[in-house]
Design a protein around this ligand. Structure first.
Ligand SMILES: C[S@@+](CC[C@H](N)C(=O)[O-])C[C@H]1O[C@@H](n2cnc3c(N)ncnc32)[C@H](O)[C@@H]1O
Length: 304
């Protein structure tokens, strides 16, 4: 393996985190845990045996040995690909927009749980990706108050029209700014938002696009900001309901369009640090509610 670049990260959530980047797609994390140092490889379902000797100012010569007992092995689960085009997605959501709320009632509990965990406050600037019919936009607008702002981006013009009507009806228009477009490229500057919210939308991006969207989120969130992702979750041991659902997704990708993903490890790979994560079940389908903050800046350390 190529010699990694090592970095020491101090964060309020962990006493020390050592990270080694070997390529843009692979990162190794050395984190302190109860049993000593643990070694983890994101995105690879492999065990690693690693001997590292690290130096950094004030802590000379710590030797770290890869210990299989302390290794957290990330399962290499196969995420289904998205088989429809963006244009098809746009058309489908345009068609669904007028009756979408009837269809998506059962998702509301999970979305509300995400809103609660994101914990928006007055004066904040919040972005919702895939705002749908705008129910969450209105909740955010009420919370941020006159001193805050809520932005949204959604690919469907039909959804956008329904959301605009809802925002106007509830008297929130002055606090809500809506864009219509693809969230792979966010039309906002760096550090613009205090928080980003995505519910039942990250699953609609094809596998190579998920890191792109999350890196865009990382770019637009300010250093103290946070992100909440509510998404169907891929499990190592899928129950029959999840298996049947994925079968339906493969057979009818235009109708059963959301597919289970790994929100938590995708967030971590995009430079976020998980602050809170919980798994719930919707009609037997696992749903993750993850809140994350931006990883703290790294201090460079050198290899011995
Ligand atoms: C399943 S709905 C979820 C709506 C809402 N977040 C909720 O929880 O009820 C997915 C939404 O994401 C939007 N969407 C799909 N692909 C998108 C993309 N590439 N960029 C932005 N929005 C997208 C759809 O138009 C739709 O409104």
């Amino acid at each position: 393996m190529k010699l990694p670049r090592l970095a020491l990260c101090r964060s309020p959530h962990r006493t020390a985190d050592l990270r080694a980047d070997t390529s843009p797609k692979c990162s190794l994390h050395l984190g302190e845990n109860k049993g000593g140092m643990g070694l983890q490889a994101d995105g690879f379902g492999c065990m690693l045996d690693y001997n590292l000797a690290l130096n950094w100012p004030g802590n000379q010569g710590l030797a770290v040995k890869g210990d299989p007992m302390n290794q957290k092995v990330v399962p290499n689960l196969e995420i289904s690909r998205v088989l429809r085009s963006k244009r098809d997605a746009q058309v489908a959501y345009d068609k669904m927009s007028s009756w979408y709320d009837l269809l998506a009632g059962s998702e509301q509990f999970f979305t509300d749980s995400g809103i609660e965990k994101l914990n928006p406050i007055a004066g904040e600037t919040i972005l919702e990706i895939g705002y749908g019919t705008g129910q969450t936009l209105v909740k955010f607008a009420k919370t941020v108050g006159d001193s805050g702002k809520v932005y949204g981006i959604d690919i469907s013009e039909g959804m956008s029209k329904v959301a605009r009507r809802r925002v106007a009806r509830t008297g929130m228009s002055s606090r809500v700014i809506l864009e219509c477009g693809d969230a792979v490229s966010l039309p906002f500057g760096p550090d613009f938002f205090d928080a980003v919210f995505i519910s039942f939308t990250l699953e609609l991006f094809d596998t190579p696009e998920i890191p792109v969207v999350l890196q865009e989120c990382n770019r637009v969130i300010n250093p103290a900001g946070r992100i909440c992702v509510v998404a169907l979750a891929k499990e190592e041991q899928e129950g029959w309901i999840a298996e049947a659902y994925e079968w339906m997704h493969r057979k009818f990708p235009k109708v059963v369009d959301c597919r289970p993903i790994m929100a938590q490890s995708s967030l971590e790979a995009a430079g976020f640090q998980i602050l809170d994560s919980s798994r719930k079940y919707m009609w037997g389908l696992p749903v993750d509610v993850c809140v994350a903050g931006k990883k703290q800046p790294f201090l460079q350390v050198t290899m011995k």
